[in-house]
Design a protein around this ligand. Sequence first.
Ligand SMILES: [Zn+2]
Length: 76
Amino acid sequence: MDGRHCARPGCDTVAAAKLTYDYARRTVWLDPFEGDLEVGAWGMCAAHADGLRVPVGWARDDRRTPIIPIRRPLAV
Ligand SMILES: [Zn+2]
C-alpha cells in the first residue's frame, strides 16, 4: 500500500481524505488529504470517508468542511 490510495480493501481510488484515530480519546478524525500521511494515518477516498461509521461510543470529527469565505462589506 502506498498510502495515496483508499485503505479500504478492494478500493483502489485515490485518497481524498486522511483518517486518523485515537483510542484514548475515542475519536476518529477526517481531514483533507494533502499528499502525505503520518504514521497511523490512513488514506480514504471521498465515498468511503463520507460513509465512514465509527464504533459506538466514538466521535467522528469531520474536519474536511470547506472554509466559507467571509464576504467583504459592500461599502468600503
Ligand atoms: Zn475507497
